[in-house]
Design a protein. Structure first.
Lengths: 114, 111
């Protein structure tokens, strides 16, 4: 079983370029999340989607946009990349936000902005 | 203000001994706590959780203890194995809320 799949695994951007990180889950989960992890720090929530058709800001949403394309897919877009967005990005899913359940994470996208 | 704190960035233990990882939180509204384990170049994976109505939860070699009055939880690994070497994240959530993560503790288990 694939679980949560993220693409690409690595990306290098120049300041000002745009890109979209893709995420798909095959577990029929309702809720999906985007986190970033900076060196020596925990995971910080960027955006989340509690259910198909809804999206909300997390702790650090500035500079990002998201799209919940369907129940399976949740993409993260950087419109104009900045060096401060150099980080490892993790997509995650949960069966339903209304229940206290565990997150399932993808393997991450390592993004460098020069 | 960091609501979930793991004050030890790293911990080194000998194989076969006990590993104790600690986590403190400040928000009394948190009522569900989780531990995740992360290997390099992989995403975090769920390890064990505990609800605020309990003070202990056990799963094989892993036990999580919760002290609500002290706003403190700990993860015990007994016995520790080299394969347990990883980064461990503590996370806390409110009912129907999103998880807030600590900064992680890197555990090294020496053979």
């Amino acid at each position: 079983n694939a679980g949560v799949t993220q693409t690409p695994k690595f990306q290098v951007l120049k300041t000002g370029q745009s890109m979209t990180l893709q995420c798909a889950q095959d577990m029929n989960h309702n809720s999906m999340y985007w986190y970033r992890q900076d060196p020596g720090m925990g995971l910080r929530l960027i955006y989340y989607s509690a259910s198909e058709g809804t999206t909300d800001k997390g702790e650090v949403p500035n500079g990002y946009n998201v799209s919940r394309l369907n129940k399976r897919e949740f993409s993260l877009r950087l419109e104009s990349a900045a060096p401060s967005q150099t980080s490892v990005y993790f997509c995650a899913s949960m069966a339903a936000e209304a229940t206290n359940e565990k997150l399932f994470f993808g393997s991450g996208t390592q993004l460098s902005v020069l | 203000d960091q609501q979930v704190k793991q004050n030890s960035p790293s911990l080194s233990v000998q194989e076969g001994r006990i590993s104790i990882l600690n986590c403190d939180y400040t928000n009394s509204m948190f009522d569900y706590f989780l531990w995740y384990k992360k290997y390099p170049a992989e995403g975090p994976t769920f390890l064990i959780s505990i609800s605020s109505i309990k003070d202990k939860n056990e799963d094989g070699r892993f036990t999580v203890f919760l002290n609500k009055s002290a706003k403190h939880l700990s993860l015990h690994i007994v016995p520790s194995q080299p394969g347990d070497s990883a980064v461990y994240f503590c996370a806390a959530s409110k009912k129907a809320g999103k998880s807030t993560f600590g900064d992680g503790t890197t555990l090294t288990v020496k053979p």
